[in-house]
Ligand binder design. Structure first.
Ligand code: ADP
Ligand code: ADP
Length: 238
């Protein structure tokens, strides 16, 4: 479903590679956690997977299509198939939960105020359904700025689900949450992952969360894969 071949990234003004000759293959149904210290290359990898970062060399294939060969428009379509959830949620604080979820159909970039008027009944009903799925029906018409961190990430998950994603990609989606809330959010991601048969790839700091939820752990160090296997055989080096 997703294949990464000989991928390297070197940022301008940097004298080392942020990612160095990475080869990885992912299948539908895998729940992958990416571990590694700050600076290991986790976020760069996620950004390459969804086409936000161009590799210096190597290729990312999504369903056998090399991302580098796609037009901006096709890339946008593919990004919608890869629901993204972010560390700082990337929501629009002054809009309601329902409005924020609907922005998922715009690919995160809209600033429309009367957003609900732009969608048909079917789209709005679907948005309400995914809001129910993440347990936020009671908060549907509240502004996102009034919500707790955990609730905000639930909105982020609902927004990703609205696009009927084939994958969930998370760049440290629980790093700004307390441990209890982080665990709730992981449970929700796992539930949606199972229900929709997704490929889930999440960067995470907390080894325990990765061991509890992942079917596969990938550890990065200095831009290289140093572990790629079942969580049971993962030994944290620290
Ligand atoms: P992680 O997510 O594991 O913390 P990153 O992928 O953010 O790692 O970073 C990998 C390396 O690339 C780090 O050394 C970081 O400083 C560097 N880096 C990340 N983004 C940029 C950028 N936009 N420009 C220059 N260097 C960057
Ligand atoms: P979860 O939704 O995963 O159970 P949350 O922290 O989002 O975890 O929610 C727990 C409850 O705690 C929320 O419904 C909210 O009422 C309250 N809460 C948590 N953090 C805050 C906060 N920063 N401000 C106000 N209420 C909060």
């Amino acid at each position: 479903m997703l294949e990464i071949k000989d991928l390297s990234v070197q940022y301008e003004d940097s004298d080392f590679e942020a990612l160095s000759s990475i080869d990885l293959h992912f299948q539908k149904g895998e729940f992958v956690c990416i571990l590694g210290k700050s600076g290991a290359g986790k976020s760069t990898l996620i950004r390459c997977i969804n086409g936000l970062q161009d590799p210096t060399s190597g290729t990312v294939y999504w369903k056998d299509q090399p991302l580098s060969s796609l037009s901006e428009e096709d890339l946008r379509k593919i990004r919608r198939e890869m629901g993204m959830i972010f560390q700082h949620f990337n929501l629009i604080p002054r809009l309601t939960v329902l409005q924020n979820v609907l922005t998922g159909l715009f690919g995160y970039r809209s600033t429309y105020k009367n957003i609900i008027g732009l969608f048909n009944k079917e789209e709005i009903n679907h948005a309400k359904k995914v809001i129910a799925d993440v347990g936020l029906t009671d908060q549907m018409y509240r502004k996102v700025e009034k919500l707790s961190g955990g609730q905000k990430q639930r909105v982020g998950i609902a927004r990703a689900l609205l696009q009927h994603p084939k994958a969930f990609l998370g760049d440290e989606p629980v790093s700004s949450l307390d441990p209890g809330t982080a665990s709730h959010i992981f449970r929700l991601i796992q539930k949606m992952h199972n229900r929709h048969q997704l490929l889930t790839i999440i960067n995470v700091h907390d080894v325990n969360l990765a061991k509890r939820f992942a079917t596969r752990i990938i550890a990065l160090k200095n831009g290289k894969v140093i572990f790629d296997d079942h969580p049971d055989s993962f030994q944290d080096e620290e």
